[in-house]
Unconditional design. Structure first.
Lengths: 181, 182
């Protein structure tokens, strides 16, 4: 069954079709949320909230539009809110200053398989000094590989703002790398 | 190895390691349970409202309605402009007619004057008077009667005999008065 047909069925409040939709996009949603939040439990909560929002708003969605971008937008908005709350009550990660990950900077280990904990630790360490916007733009552009047009559609930011946030994010991460090599 | 190469390696490493979702089925079941619970909580008025107005959530219907509304508003504005323009044009015509009548005083029949007085009452000078319909009818009837008599007299050359008769009457009256004085 095509995504368009599944969405069409979801619009008519077909729960079986919605289960299919969640099944198809759960990994994708978790991946995006985790790369922004760097925490499994928080990311799962965001995935849940996002899919509930999808169910509540799907009647207003045009099936001919890009569903992935719409889902991205819902997830990113929830992540942004969660990051804002987190800033008010910051969590302490004891490993923040420790690059104890095998072959972090070596090109010989490009295929090294990292588990969620290690990936989360690495992204958290890299993006620790970034603002919320810089972090989101960095994740969407560098890790998710989205174009600036798509990022603009998802975040509602202008292209200039995306360019500037990405530039500052790269600069800060570059300085961090310089410090540790 | 420079900073950019390290940066690229790091990004490639992170890109290649997609976070894996553990307890997938459990998470999906939880989402579905929450949705079912939310659906059950939907009250009767909400269901009724959704049944009656749910179509408004359909994107193409909403777009079409917005377009139709814009079209109707546009037509309404154009119609108002045309009507206002027409009223202004008629008003100007009426004022021009009344002004012409007041300045040139053309030889119009009483009926036309009365008609203009009724129609263009608002455009008349402030010292104009108001007369009742019955007075006006009486006035018109008297005028028409007099006009008829006058025309008849003119046609029958009866005016001369009428004047002579009047003169005689006056002379006789004067003589009678003189005799009384003597």
């Amino acid at each position: 069954m095509e995504t368009t047909d599944i969405i069409q069925a979801c619009i008519t409040r077909d729960q079986a079709a919605f289960r299919m939709l969640v099944d198809n996009y759960a990994d994708f949603a978790f991946s995006v949320a985790f790369r922004i939040m760097n925490d499994e439990d928080e990311s799962k909560d965001i995935v849940q909230e996002s899919f509930i929002a999808v169910w509540n708003k799907i009647e207003g969605f045009n099936p001919r539009n890009n569903f992935s971008n719409w889902l991205y937008r819902i997830i990113v908005n929830r992540c942004y809110d969660a990051l804002r709350k987190k800033k008010r009550n910051p969590l302490v990660y004891p490993d923040n200053n420790n690059w104890n990950i095998p072959g972090v900077f070596s090109d010989s280990n490009a295929d090294t398989i990292l588990d969620n904990k290690e990936t989360g630790k690495m992204i958290r360490r890299l993006t620790n000094k970034l603002s919320k916007k810089q972090k989101i733009v960095f994740v969407l552009s560098e890790l998710e590989g989205l174009s600036r047009e798509d990022i603009a559609e998802i975040t509602g930011m202008t292209r200039e703002s995306i360019k500037s946030n990405l530039f500052h994010a790269r600069q800060k991460i570059g300085k961090l790398i310089e410090k540790y090599i | 190895m420079n900073k950019d190469v390290h940066y690229s390696n790091l990004i490639e490493k992170l890109k290649g390691n997609k976070p894996a979702l553990s307890d997938r089925e459990e998470l999906i079941d939880e989402i579905m349970q929450k949705i079912r619970a939310a659906e059950k909580r939907t009250t009767v008025p909400e269901k009724l409202s959704h049944f009656l107005f749910g179509w408004a959530d359909v994107v193409w219907i909403r777009g079409a309605m917005a377009l139709a509304a814009t079209l109707f508003i546009g037509i309404f504005i154009i119609q108002q402009v045309v009507i206002t323009d027409r009223i202004n044009s008629l008003e100007k015509q009426l004022v021009r007619t009344v002004n012409t009548l007041q300045t040139q005083e053309p030889d119009l029949g009483i009926m036309q004057k009365v008609f203009l007085n009724v129609v263009a009452k608002d455009q008349m000078a402030d010292d104009s008077i108001t007369v009742s319909r019955s007075d006006l009818e009486e006035l018109l009837n008297s005028y028409l009667e007099l006009k008829k008599d006058y025309d008849e007299m003119k046609e029958n050359r009866g005016i001369e005999s009428y004047i002579q008769k009047k003169i005689r009457q006056n002379l006789k009256k004067e003589n009678d008065d003189n005799e009384l004085d003597l």
